[in-house]
Design a protein around this ligand. Structure first.
Ligand code: PLP
Length: 397
């Protein structure tokens, strides 16, 4: 058989968060202890999926809800998502909701059903790499806008406007943000709405970290600020309900009914063709959103402490500065070094065992260098990791 070549559309797909694990495995094989600050999975640290939800899912399985579900998801769960979106988030004009295999599947379905070959969706830089991985898959073109580090990593509205062209169909807003930990102000979100209205863009609002707010404020859903602009809001059980392996997410499509009906039908064709999301796991959605579990105060307390340790420790290290994260469990510190940030991350890993992800894996402004820290590990582990980073910086930079 001739050498089997993958399709060209796979060439540019990268996912730095998992790609760096290949290097870490090599380092681990040499006997070095790895301190993982690289992966946004709370279950890998001292966070446990709420037992109330596990019981409900177990019962759903024992009750033989193990066949396919309706393609958009079970009615009770869809209704609970709608109720929360209306009553808690204030989202108006909801036209469609569907449940998916993680928010990841919803994001891919909604981008796939919007853009034609050669069109583009504005994605943030830095940003969560799933978005840039989908771009080549759907033969779209890259179009990124910057987040402003000097303004607590809020979106750079001027840059957004300057990047819009006649092939731009949408814009992705990740709030609270991965990888920066930023929570966007209502004013900035309103400016995004105005831009979207003016240029006929669909807003993709990734709010998977919406309940993980560390500064005592409440997350504003951008969809609550408009009933004219089409908005697709993504969420799921992975982060706020500590169950990423369940792969349960959803999309809420809102906006003017007549104008977005065809788009919804396009998305629904894909939704039906892939049958359904994990069926028994969907039984956890309603109780989760209705507040059956009490994991949130402890989760937020731990994250708040760990975020503060992260900011304080990193800002005291030579040639590192870190904007304090206001939400999620990530920070995106800046490093002033003479080598590139991927080389720095690999050298840090090889020398100290501390595993972070390089900033270039998320995108960043030309000439700047960063790394992403996941501050899910216990305070002691974080302090140990920051001690090692400090020693490493003092020794080499
Ligand atoms: N969106 C963002 C911003 C994320 O950080 C992640 C996971 O890290 C996802 C989506 C994926 O969510 P899910 O596990 O629901 O597929």
């Amino acid at each position: 058989m001739k050498n089997l070549k993958p399709a060209e559309r796979t060439n540019n797909i990268e996912y730095a968060i998992r790609d760096i694990v290949v290097v870490a495995d090599r380092v681990k094989a040499t006997g070095k202890k790895i301190l993982p600050l690289n992966i946004g999975d709370p279950c890998k640290f001292d966070f446990k999926t709420p037992p109330e939800l596990i019981e409900i899912v177990t019962k759903a399985m024992m009750d033989n809800n193990n066949g396919y579900s309706p393609s958009s998801g079970i009615d009770d769960a869809v209704e609970a998502i709608r109720k929360e979106a209306v009553e808690l988030k204030g989202i108006k004009n909801i036209q469609n909701i569907f449940i998916t295999t993680g928010a990841s599947e919803a994001i891919e379905i909604c981008m796939t059903s919007l853009v034609n070959r050669g069109e583009n969706i504005l994605i943030p830089s830095p940003g969560y790499p799933l978005y840039s991985a989908i771009v080549p898959k759907i033969e779209s073109t890259f179009n990124t806008y910057y987040l402003k580090e000097e303004n607590n990593w809020q979106p750079d509205i001027d840059d957004i406007v300057s990047k819009i062209n006649d092939k731009t169909r949408g814009i992705v807003i990740i709030n609270p943000n991965n990888p920066t930990g930023a929570v966007y102000s209502k004013e900035i979100l309103m400016e995004v709405v105005e831009v979207a209205k003016k240029y006929n863009l669909v807003i993709f609002a990734d709010e998977i970290y919406d309940k993980l707010i560390l500064n005592g404020t409440k997350n504003v859903s951008i969809a609550s600020l408009t009933d004219e602009v089409p908005v697709v809001t993504f969420n799921g059980l992975s982060k706020s309900f500590l169950a990423p392996g369940w792969r349960i997410g959803w999309a809420i499509v809102s906006g003017p009914e007549r104008e977005i009906a065809d788009y919804i039908e396009g998305a629904q064709r894909i939704v039906r063709a892939r049958l359904s999301a994990n069926h028994p796991l969907q039984y956890a959605i309603k109780p989760a959103l209705e507040g059956v579990c009490n994991h949130m105060p402890e989760t937020l307390q731990k994250l708040k402490e760990r975020g503060e340790i992260t900011t304080k420790r990193l800002n005291s290290i030579k040639n590192i500065s870190c904007v304090a994260p206001a939400g999620s469990f990530y920070a995106f510190p800046k490093i002033n070094i003479p080598i590139d940030d991927k080389q720095w991350v690999i050298k840090l890993l090889e020398e100290t065992g501390v595993l972070c992800v390089h900033g270039s894996g998320f995108g960043q402004r030309e000439g700047t260098k960063h790394f992403r820290v996941v501050f899910l590990p216990h305070n002691d582990v974080l302090n140990q990791a920051y001690d090692k980073i400090e020693e490493f910086m003092n020794k080499y930079f």
